[in-house]
Design a protein around this ligand. Structure first.
Ligand SMILES: [Zn+2]
Length: 112
């Protein structure tokens, strides 16, 4: 087991965990229950929820997945006002659309 990162906000940790698991990387959150129980009134990094890969050999790939996720969200956030051409039907869609208004193809896939 190897720690990837720790973060005071357990919803972020949980979100990253589900992203990694969708990539087939087994993870476990440590300290989650301490925080949920309101164990620490004062934020102590020692008790923050920590996301860990179960298998050490997954560590480099997990870091890569998280890095790509962060970069993609940054890129998408900057593209809200840009237009995106649908890969299936060629219709122009606002950059913040998840799916083509015309044929419902996923536009997010073209931004990667
Ligand atoms: Zn389309």
């Amino acid at each position: 087991m190897r720690e990837l990162f720790r973060e005071a906000d357990s919803t972020i940790v949980g979100h990253m965990k589900s992203i990694l698991e969708s990539e087939g990387i087994a993870t476990v959150i440590r300290n989650e229950h301490l925080c949920m129980a309101g164990f620490s009134e004062v934020p102590i990094p020692e008790f923050f929820p920590a996301l860990n890969v179960i298998h050490d050999e997954d560590y480099p790939r997990a870091l890569q997945v998280l890095k790509e996720y962060v970069e993609n969200s940054r890129i998408n956030a900057g593209k809200v006002n840009e237009e995106v051409a649908c890969p299936s039907c060629g219709e122009i869609n606002p950059g913040n659309f998840e799916a083509c208004w015309s044929c419902e193809s996923l536009l997010a896939l073209t931004r990667k």
